[in-house]
Design a protein around this ligand. Structure first.
Ligand code: NCD
Length: 296
């Protein structure tokens, strides 16, 4: 099977992935080796910039005993005009055990999956989906609160361009979470009018901020520095309206001082941002194990 969208997963598979992520989180912290994929090969194809997701998939593969091989897109034949389909046929002939792909075009992972015999994992396609990010967000929330059902999660910011928001909006309600989407009117999708930032944050258990995706925007937002933070960002005074035990998340990379006040991002009591990164490796171990190890 492939992991192209949250829709690719059954309830049972979601439960299994979250449980195994928790297991790998603990075994990693305790330094206990766990190498069910020894000798396997994972190809990482990142056609778009990435720090967290690329390193996290590579680390996850290595921790499972597999080898991760990254295509250096800058130096690849894409630069000579090779099509994605031809690249997929070429890589398929090398018989990898899994392929992880990030691409700026919506649907590119599905195009590759239609050609590849090995499982394909979508590591983010355009403005479409980023299923392993949503899964790691859910695993992080569950780890922190001990459970996820019944919580309220406010997802705020550039909803229109966010594959993270799309995948979370599909996944979290399946786990019993109330999802509130909010953002500046020009950054909300036409089909999801949403709430104001203040309405979304009031009384929330989790406030998940999204990066303003400048690379996908035609014009700058706001005329002066600090305007976005004041109007739509997560400031300490906005966070004070959420539940007293509420936590802050961000998939990264952050625009400090734009969508989030640095003091909020760095607050050790409230910020789960580095826990998200740590859980990200464990979660990707769980996905690779399920897809490559044959427990799907
Ligand atoms: C996100 C992405 O690339 O979709 N980052 C990530 O994977 N952690 C969010 C973003 O780029 O803003």
């Amino acid at each position: 099977m492939d992991l192209l969208s949250i829709d690719s997963l059954s309830e049972a598979q979601i439960g299994l992935i979250l449980d195994r992520a928790d297991h790998f989180f603990t075994t990693t912290r305790e330094g206990r080796p766990d190498e069910p994929l020894k000798g396997r090969i994972v190809f990482n194809l990142f056609y778009e910039n990435s720090t967290r997701t690329a390193m996290s998939f590579a680390t996850a593969a290595h921790r499972l005993g597999a080898s991760a091989i990254s295509l250096s897109v800058e130096h690849s034949s894409v630069k000579k005009g090779e099509t994605l389909e031809d690249t997929a046929r070429t890589l398929n002939a090398m018989r990898p055990d899994a392929v992880v792909i990030r691409h700026r075009d919506n649907g590119a992972p599905a195009t590759v999956a239609a050609i590849m015999e090995a499982p394909v994992i979508n590591a983010g396609d355009g403005t479409n989906e980023h299923p392993t990010q949503a899964l790691l967000d859910a695993a992080t929330i569950r780890k922190h609160f001990g459970q996820i059902e019944g919580l309220t999660v406010a997802i705020c910011g550039d909803i229109r361009h966010s594959r993270v928001a799309r995948s979370n909006a599909k996944l979290l309600p399946r786990l019993g979470v109330e999802v509130r989407l909010a953002g500046p009117p020009e950054l909300m999708p036409a089909d999801a009018p949403g709430l104001s930032i203040d309405e979304a944050i009031a009384g929330a258990d989790v406030v998940m901020m999204l990066r303003v995706q400048r690379e996908r925007l035609e014009q700058e937002l706001g005329d002066r520095p600090g305007e976005y933070l004041e109007r739509y960002g997560l400031t300490q005074s906005r966070l004070a309206t959420a539940k007293s035990h509420s936590v802050v998340m961000h998939p990264g990379p952050m625009n400090r001082g734009v969508e989030i006040d640095p003091a909020v991002a760095d607050d050790p009591q409230r910020s789960l941002i580095t826990l998200q990164v740590e859980m990200g490796v464990a979660l990707r171990m769980a996905c690779l194990e399920m897809l490559v190890g044959g427990s799907a």
